[in-house]
Design a protein. Structure first.
Length: 297
């Protein structure tokens, strides 16, 4: 396939692109900084600066849309919330328009979303069919998905990636947490009872490739079959690193530091990959400690 990708230099994109190349696919990455992207991704990837010069996507078999400003890097001021939304919505809208004006459109659009779609639902087990809690992360993801679904037709199917916390060797949540945990300064956040829906980067990439090749459409929870509580995660990471992980971060301190975005760590989703597993996909990494040992041990 010839694949067009946004967000190719992000956590998932950097891992996914070599996998796609190994399978013989040609990857073109849309980026705001072509020189930086080319350096990061290597000469085998074609790099485009934005989509403005394109009038259709006739040359592409598939589109993988992973673009979006990191959601946890800054406090959620009203301006930051708008940036988070626009960084996802605007490029998705442009891709949809290009697909719809194509004479031979891509066969599939695989577009990003997150388990934040469901909001903070506490102990409730959620599959793709369950109703969400209406808060900022839901509004962001719901509109993102709604825009992507505008590309759906009898010639183009749309798959939505409701992604959990991605464990990878470099970057992501572990990139932020490992320095503290390696010093023995890590531990549960708040009461530690909130659920974390997680996925190993290996399964994330394999899951996207699965959706690329199967006649599937709609939302998919891209998470391990076994979500864990925050205190289980902290204990497992400490065990992998052979460090104590008992210094609890009080919820009040987290809220003072993060503001409204504290819901990302004080809340959670007990999400299950019901539709992905029903399609026949087999996870390689479903034991938390084994997954953490692989990426951080």
């Amino acid at each position: 396939m010839k694949i067009l990708m946004t967000g190719g230099t992000g956590l998932i994109g950097r891992f996914l692109i070599p996998r796609l190349q190994e399978l013989g696919h040609a990857v073109t990455v849309v980026t705001r900084n072509p020189a930086k992207a080319q350096h990061a991704l290597g000469p085998g990837v074609t790099v485009l600066k934005g989509l403005d010069a394109m009038s259709n996507l006739n040359d592409f078999s598939a589109v993988i849309n992973l673009a979006g400003e990191p959601i946890a890097d800054k406090r959620w001021t009203e301006q930051q919330k708008q940036r988070l939304c626009e960084s996802r919505w605007s490029i998705t809208q442009k891709l949809v328009e290009l697909i719809r004006t194509s004479d031979t459109p891509p066969q599939v659009l695989i577009s990003g979303s997150a388990v934040g779609y469901y909001g903070d639902l506490g102990e409730v087990v959620v599959s793709e069919d369950d109703p969400p809690h209406n808060e900022f992360t839901h509004k962001l993801c719901a509109r993102w998905e709604q825009i992507a679904c505008g590309a759906q037709s009898d010639r183009t199917r749309v798959c939505l990636l409701r992604t959990g916390v991605v464990f990878a060797p470099k970057g992501g949540i572990l990139g932020k947490m490992l320095p503290l945990f390696r010093l023995g300064l890590g531990g549960p956040v708040g009461n530690g009872r909130q659920y974390m829906a997680w996925i190993h980067i290996d399964d994330m990439a394999n899951g996207i490739i699965w959706l690329l090749n199967k006649d599937l459409r709609g939302p998919f929870n891209m998470v391990s079959p076994y979500p864990v509580r925050n205190e289980q995660f902290a204990h497992a990471l400490g065990h992998v690193l052979k460090r104590p992980a008992i210094l609890r971060a009080p919820a009040t301190a987290v809220r003072l530091m993060m503001g409204e975005s504290a819901v990302l760590v004080l809340g959670g989703q007990r999400a299950l990959p019901k539709r992905l597993e029903a399609s026949g996909f087999a996870f390689r990494w479903f034991d938390l400690e084994e997954a953490l040992h692989d990426v951080a041990g």
